[in-house]
Design a protein around this ligand. Structure first.
Ligand SMILES: [Fe+2]
Ligand SMILES: [Fe+2]
Length: 293
């Protein structure tokens, strides 16, 4: 008997389906609503996080990771805010609140959700290093945007699962995930992710990174540097083959554009790559966080 071929899904219908049955965790939305006002925000954040014991312990584990270089361990959110600043703790809390999107790990060929988590954390780590070199201050959002940049992949895996299995099969022989996605779905994870992020009313920075991390040239001028950092981080981490590798080929035009945006030369990439093993070691507990449960 011949298997029935999979029909391409309609993107608008897919988005309607996703957004009608799935929202961001309630607590994520509450954290997003906090804004950037640290004086009232600290208290409000404590209130929001403390209603969720699992999230509190996850957040404390994350802030105490050597990645954040605290001189001494902190035992509560208030102390974390004192040492790291409100915006950085908010960034980490956002990342912690979406961790579960990467759990329920059932392997599909060589794909695992935990590997996508690993990829996403490592992109955040590399992006932070790049940002430090370019002196662009994105420290207060680099972690959560790194974690969510491939939101579209999570959505395809969860809501178009039979298509996702086919995409992963196809991806074994394609250079880039986008090619396989276009062939099976007719759209890519960046397009779907951006539509979902819009419907969820995620802040514009998230939306732009989700939409343009493979195409910084198309990003709005205002966010081009930020998106270029995420693009270069993504290329570096794919090259290092840490976690899930979506892209096996570099788009030279996009990559060179991103380098120019940051006044980076190829040798600067070498410097970042050389620093990564040490940074990965420091962030070991973050990289393995999702497997931890
Ligand atoms: Fe991607
Ligand atoms: Fe990625």
């Amino acid at each position: 008997m011949q298997a029935t071929p999979l029909v391409r899904p309609n993107m608008a219908a897919t988005i309607r389906k996703i957004t009608s049955i799935s929202t961001l965790p309630h607590v994520t939305l509450e954290i997003l609503k906090l804004g950037n006002n640290s004086s009232s925000g600290a208290k409000d954040m404590e209130k929001i996080i403390q209603t969720d014991a699992a999230l509190t312990s996850k957040l404390m584990k994350m802030v105490n990771s050597a990645h954040f270089s605290l001189r001494e361990p902190v035992l509560n959110i208030r102390k974390a805010i004192v040492f790291l600043g409100f915006k950085v703790v908010k960034d980490i809390a956002l990342a912690a609140s979406v961790c579960d999107l990467f759990s329920n790990d059932v392997p599909i060929g060589s794909y695992r959700r935990t590997d996508l988590w690993r990829h996403s954390v490592c992109v955040a780590i590399a992006a932070k290093l790049i940002a430090q070199k370019t002196k662009l201050n994105i420290q207060d959002q680099v972690f959560s945007t790194g974690i969510l940049h491939d939101l579209g992949i999570i959505m395809i895996d969860q809501y178009l699962h039979s298509h996702f299995i086919k995409i992963m099969e196809k991806h074994e022989t394609t250079q880039n995930l986008g090619e396989a996605e276009k062939e099976i779905l007719g759209f890519t994870h960046t397009q779907l992710g951006a539509e979902v992020a819009t419907t969820w009313k995620l802040p514009e920075e998230f939306l732009t990174v989700i939409e343009n991390h493979h195409s910084p040239i198309k990003a709005k001028e205002k966010y081009r540097k930020f998106v270029s950092i995420m693009h270069i981080a993504d290329v570096i981490i794919n090259g290092q083959k840490v976690g899930f590798v979506a892209e096996r080929l570099i788009d030279a035009q996009q990559f060179n554009f991103a380098l120019t945006q940051l006044n980076f030369r190829k040798k600067d990439i070498g410097i970042i790559v050389a620093e990564l093993p040490h940074e990965f070691e420091k962030a070991k507990d973050l990289i393995e966080l999702v497997e931890d449960k």
